[in-house]
Design a binder for this molecule. Structure first.
Ligand code: SF4
Length: 386
């Protein structure tokens, strides 16, 4: 199943490359397809059916990304097409400009304004030049409710300030407050500029942004959330990944508990609308993350050598072993190699798989020069020493 290619030859090295269902990206473990489900909503039966296809055509794992997209790895040259056809038969998949809204949008009594109509209007106005925009160009429209998207990078971010006023920022620079009637023109102008610059352009290319610290921390999707007509309970995939078998079991559990709707959520989350505590209990038994205090929420890890030709160590398996030993308030990144796919930013502690052991980087990224070289039997003690 593994497809070994020199890393420099892989499409993921190209700026602006982004996998989709129809154009999956070749990685160290075959093709990676990202499935953009319309509205991020699916029924338990649809989730189970997609997991079955992932097991049949991929490497048997499913991922929910940090942005809340479903992802399947390990597809082959022939199976990727079969997978795409099968998924389109199960659920509606979107394409075009990425316009993201929070997973509870429209049902969240605490949000200042429902962002979905504005998001739909942005999708409409982007159509004439969407094909000239790079696939990673992203507009976030956030109603400022319980699960915000503040932790996710955006080319254009629009956050509700009042029922008819929105704060708009480009490349996460300084925000301008606009009346609802002005927002579309401003977004259209930015997208037009990006389209003129070509498909490699991101909003950071439009000029130096006056970067401002994000006021709201990233929201966790784990826990119980009040909806206008009920509630939702959120869980997360450990390290963003689960086996297709576990996902199928989870979907069957949801169906047995009469849960009609699941929603993909940022930070590897899955929300079950109308779920009872029994859903959470059974998800925990299946190995999913069900409490915000679970140390796995503070660990990033790629598949490593269990599924990637570039990996020197089984990063997720190591991360699972180390989770109980992780000190409080510490973010650990276990990376199969120096590329650092799972967390391209600095972490408190980064363990980088190498042919001769694990590089230890404190307060840096996977690609930084390690301060020490550790062996497998030294990993736990290295965490305890922090
Ligand atoms: S960081 Fe992990 S997923 Fe990325 S290339 Fe290295 S081993 Fe593969």
């Amino acid at each position: 199943m593994s497809v070994a290619l020199p890393i420099t030859a892989l499409p993921f090295a190209r700026r602006g490359a982004c996998p989709s269902l129809d154009e999956p990206m070749l990685t160290g473990d075959g093709f990676l397809a990202r499935v953009r489900i319309v509205g991020g909503c699916l029924s338990p039966a649809q989730l189970e059916a997609i997991a079955q296809q992932a097991q049949r055509h991929g490497n048997g794992l499913l991922e929910i990304t940090a942005r809340g997209n479903l992802q399947v790895r390990g597809l082959t040259e022939s199976s990727r097409r079969l997978f795409a056809v099968a998924v389109r038969g199960i659920i509606e998949v979107e394409s075009g400009l990425v316009v993201e809204t929070p997973p509870l949008a429209g049902d969240d009594p605490s949000e200042i304004s429902d962002p979905r109509p504005l998001a739909a209007a942005i999708r409409d106005i982007s159509q004439p030049f969407a094909r000239y925009l790079g696939p990673k160009v992203t507009v976030v429209v956030d109603g400022a409710g319980q699960i915000g998207l503040a932790g996710l990078k955006a080319d254009v971010r629009i956050v509700a300030m009042a029922s008819d006023r929105w704060a708009l920022s480009v490349a996460d620079g300084g925000a301008v407050e606009l009346h609802a009637s002005e927002v579309l023109n401003r977004v259209s102008a930015v997208l037009q500029q990006l389209a003129d610059l070509g498909s490699a352009a991101r909003a950071t290319d439009l000029g130096p942004a006056q970067r401002q610290p994000r006021v709201r921390a990233a929201s966790s999707p784990i826990g119980t959330f009040t909806l206008s007509g009920g509630s939702a309970r959120g869980i997360a995939l450990p390290f963003g990944s689960a086996t297709a078998v576990a996902i199928m079991s989870l979907a069957q559990t949801a169906a047995q508990l009469a849960i009609a709707e699941l929603r993909l959520a940022p930070h590897h989350g899955l929300l079950a609308v109308g779920a009872s505590p029994a859903f959470v209990e059974q998800a925990a038994q299946l190995g999913f993350v069900t409490t915000g205090s679970d140390p796995r929420t503070r660990i990033s890890a790629c598949i490593g050598s269990d599924g990637c030709a570039s990996g020197h160590v089984p990063a997720r398996a190591i991360a699972a072993q180390l989770a109980p030993h992780l000190p409080a308030n510490t973010h650990l990144h276990v990376s199969g190699c120096a590329k650092g796919c799972a967390h391209p930013r600095p972490a408190d502690i980064t363990l980088v798989g190498r042919a001769d052991g694990y590089g230890l980087v404190i307060g840096g990224k996977a690609g930084d020069t390690p301060g020490a070289l550790l062996q497998a039997d030294q990993l736990e003690s290295s965490l305890a020493a922090r």
